[in-house]
Write a protein that binds this ligand. Structure first.
Ligand code: NAP
Length: 506
């Protein structure tokens, strides 16, 4: 089609979805269902599944019950366990892209390095690492946040002579059997890796900086009869309802209504009891006891992590690391721990520059998204859209995620996005932009709810939690899930301006 100067240019696609994890897959399916079938899902990796594509470390598994950790419209009855292992999540992602015909509209191995809004054309120009340009009227950013492995800045780490690997980039060619292994970090990835590798290595040293709250995991295999029972009418729905209630109570309610409901206090008592029963040595137990309140940072769930520290071939080291040498790790007390393999369970970039998203985003008039957030703090209307960045929608923007199952987030945010796109179609608009007033109103509402949240109590200052950004904000959506669902499908459409060269509303 020929572009006319008085008309928006025709982009390659109506929607570009950046990211091929569950956010991108969910976005693709839900756009298609709403009649937006001209989309392209762009993924940097050589496979779909996001976190479940990249994270293949031993023991990787979901830590939200599988009955909740799946799309509401594509519920499986054949999970092998209550908490499915990573490979089943990866297979589920593959299943979804095939069943919903997403694969044909997917570009793998394509890294987006820039996104620029073309004010004249009212479209986005995406630059790829390969030097290509892809244009789209609308962009859905589905890049997640826990995607960029963070390597610790420890002196000498580059000189280590043995194998070094980050949990999110596990090298399956490294044979750990009979090796002296060290692991740095005790977050959720380490909690799963440590008990899985301890039985096969010669010796394991765990370098802990901040202990993690570890709660019992209500996990169990789901044998065939249990899976068949899930097919009985109503059984699957009832199981999901129980699971959703459990997830809702253990995170969104516990975190955002901390001062109203003592869920975190109950959780702490359960955590202390779990630790007491699991670890025999009182000194080790003391080292594993968090000094901050449950909820300041993400807790873990495991039935074998704490018990691993009873093994004579596992050593918990809490003296800070000073440096790494070619043959080991030296702590500040001068002790050198000899090591053959170094595992970095040191997490990811989260609410920081270069990760929200990982590529530069230039909105209307060339405004840079990171600069905008730098000046205004992280904020986005319902976690989806930012004034000055038209036709640009995020699944996991600031104040979007309330902490329940990630799949709730995807479906909720897509309800919001689809509503915007449908309205744009209805009024013939090629430009959709949240108003500054609506954005500010939402941001202030979120900040106003802070006083109820678990995050802003004094003990959180010792938690080293990635929930906090550089301003000390915690950009989670302070809402129960039912409220997020309600507001995403009922927000006032006048909160957006819908416009085109020839049409303007709001
Ligand atoms: P993480 O929670 O950020 O943990 C990183 C760990 O590395 C922390 O213990 C941290 O100590 C330590 N660390 C970082 N830099 C260090 C340094 N220079 N020296 C010493 N220690 C250092 O990362 P993660 O375990 O990969 O988990 C990230 C998130 O991914 C989780 O919170 C969860 O949301 C998700 N996840 C989910 C699952 C699941 O669903 N099953 C599994 C894995 C991960 P400090 O605490 O002192 O900073």
């Amino acid at each position: 089609m020929t572009d006319r100067p008085d008309h928006p240019k025709q982009p390659d696609h109506e929607v570009a979805i950046i990211g091929g994890g569950f956010s991108g897959i969910g976005a693709a399916i839900l756009l298609d269902r709403a009649g937006f079938d001209d989309y392209l899902m762009i993924e940097e990796g050589d496979g779909v599944g996001g976190a479940w594509h990249w994270n293949t470390y031993p023991g990787v598994a979901v830590d939200i019950p599988s009955f909740s950790y799946q799309f509401s419209f594509e519920q499986m009855t054949d999970w092998s366990r209550v908490y499915a292992p990573g490979e089943e999540l990866k297979a589920y992602a593959e299943h979804c892209v095939d069943k919903y015909d997403v694969r044909r509209r997917t570009r793998l191995g394509t890294r987006v390095v820039s996104a620029e809004f073309d004010d004249d054309g009212e479209l986005w120009r995406l630059g790829t690492a390969g030097g290509e340009q892809i244009t789209a009227r609308h962009v859905v950013v589905a890049t997640g946040v826990l995607t960029q492995p963070k390597k610790p800045e420890i002196e000498g780490i580059g000189d280590f002579a043995g194998a070094v690997m980050h949990t999110a980039r596990w090298d399956h060619d490294v044979d750990l059997r009979g090796k002296r292994v060290a692991i740095i970090g005790t977050g959720a990835s380490a909690v799963q890796t440590i008990p899985s590798i301890a039985p096969e290595v010669a010796h394991l040293t765990v370098f802990q900086r901040t202990p993690i709250w570890c709660l019992p995991k209500l996990d169990a295999p789901l044998p065939l009869p249990a899976r068949l029972a899930m097919r009985v009418p109503g059984a699957r729905r009832a199981t999901r309802l129980v699971s959703q209630t459990f997830v809702e109570l253990t995170f969104p309610i516990a975190a955002h209504f901390h001062d109203l409901l003592p869920v975190a206090g109950v959780g702490e008592r359960i955590g202390h009891g779990h630790l007491r029963r699991a670890v025999k040595d009182p000194e080790v137990r003391a080292k594993l006891t968090p000094s901050y309140a449950l909820g300041c940072k993400r807790p873990s769930f495991s039935n074998d992590y704490l018990q691993t520290f009873n093994r004579s071939d596992v050593h918990l080291e809490t003296t800070p690391i000073e440096r790494v040498t070619p043959t080991g790790v030296v702590t500040t007390d001068g002790v050198e721990h000899d090591v053959d393999v170094l595992i970095l369970a040191t997490g990811f970039k989260v609410f920081e520059k270069g990760n929200m998203p990982a590529f530069g985003v230039a909105g209307t008039g060339g405004a840079d998204l990171e600069d905008w957030w730098g000046r205004h703090r992280f904020q986005a209307y319902q976690g989806v859209s930012v004034p000055g960045f038209p036709n640009f929608f995020a699944i996991l923007g600031p104040y979007g995620y309330n902490g329940s199952s990630y799949f709730n987030l995807i479906e909720t945010q897509m309800a919001h996005i689809v509503r915007c796109l449908k309205q744009a179609r209805r009024v013939g608009a090629t430009r959709v932009e949240v108003t500054p007033e609506a954005n500010t109103r939402y941001f202030e509402r979120m900040l106003g709810r802070r006083r109820h949240q678990v995050f802003f109590q004094p003990s959180c200052s010792t938690a080293n939690s990635y929930y906090f950004d550089a301003n000390g904000d915690v950009p989670f959506r302070a809402s129960p899930t039912l409220e997020t669902m309600w507001t995403s499908s009922r927000f006032d459409l006048d909160d957006y301006a819908f416009a085109s060269r020839s049409v303007t509303t709001a």
